[in-house]
Write a protein that binds this ligand. Structure first.
Ligand code: HEC
Length: 151
């Protein structure tokens, strides 16, 4: 009886230690579960990217520039710096970042669908392949990882 009690206690201690080490992790974006798809899996359509380009040109390009190279204070949205910033994060993270902070002077100006279309344009500009289905706007975006290099 006593022994099994001790064992149960030891298991608790181990479980607590496990939680503590996860909570204390120094990396802000640690993912414990691998995402099922990546931006290399043809996750948007060319039509969607074209819609996104129209919105981008109206709302984003005055700062991030037509070729997405950035300018002045505005960072690039295409190329190695952008991809290094977002590598291993999800498309949802990028969507959320845009939805809550961009454009800085009129946050909320674009619908969720509109932002998803702009992301299709950004993916195209970064050389990711297009496919047969639109990038969705629901929580499945959390399952698509941005990968700078083809896996
Ligand atoms: C008025 C200028 C301006 C406009 C318009 C604007 N942005 Fe930005 N954007 C910035 C600035 C400045 C930053 C960096 C500072 C910050 O994060 O607020 C930034 C940062 C970003 C980032 C983060 C980049 C990274 O690698 O960390 C993304 C993504 C982004 N913008 C997307 C967009 C999109 C999409 C639009 C159009 C819907 C847009 N922005 C419109 C100025 C702008």
């Amino acid at each position: 009886m006593r022994r099994s009690g001790n064992r149960a206690l030891a298991r608790w201690a181990l479980a607590l230690l496990g939680c503590a080490s996860i909570a204390a992790s120094p990396l802000p974006h640690v993912r414990l579960i691998p995402l099922s798809r990546t931006t290399w899996d043809s996750v948007y359509t060319l039509n969607q990217a074209a819609r996104g380009e129209t919105t981008y040109t109206k709302v984003c390009s005055r700062c991030h520039r037509a070729a997405l190279g950035g300018g002045d204070e505005s960072p690039p949205l295409a190329g190695s710096t952008f991809l290094a910033n977002w590598n291993d994060l999800s498309v949802f993270d990028l969507h959320d970042r845009i939805r809550t902070t961009m454009p800085p002077d009129t946050v909320g100006a674009i619908t969720k669908e509109g932002i998803t279309d702009v992301i299709a344009h950004i993916l195209k500009a970064n050389g990711f392949p297009a496919g047969a289905a639109d990038l969705p706007t629901d929580s499945t975006l959390k399952e698509i990882a941005i990968k700078s290099a083809r896996p």
